[in-house]
Design a protein around this ligand. Structure first.
Ligand SMILES: [Zn+2]
Length: 94
């Protein structure tokens, strides 16, 4: 529990270190630049997800959705194997 200077009105407001907290005085988000940065990152993450080859869109047909689910499954298995091999190599003595 602490206080943060509001980036909008310049008054000090209570905040619980949650960047979504609102200013007591003007009601705007206290996160300011941090919040803007986080929102930008969230947008980027979402954009990346949507570019992902197996991303399932609402507009996809059932067939495409099925193929993407299979693709996602094999990708997950593939990554698990790679992770496992990396772990085995790291665990080998010498
Ligand atoms: Zn304020």
């Amino acid at each position: 529990m602490g206080e943060k200077k509001c980036p909008h009105c310049g008054e000090w407001s209570k905040w619980t270190t949650d960047i979504n907290d609102k200013c007591e005085h003007c009601g705007q988000a206290l996160g300011g630049r941090d919040l803007a940065y986080k929102e930008q990152r969230d947008r980027d993450t979402k954009a990346n997800e949507e570019q992902w080859i197996f991303y399932i869109k609402e507009s996809d047909s059932d067939f495409v959705k099925g193929m993407k689910k299979i693709g996602n499954f094999f990708y997950t298995v593939y990554m698990a194997i790679i992770t496992f091999l990396a772990w085995v190599i790291a665990a080998l003595p010498g």
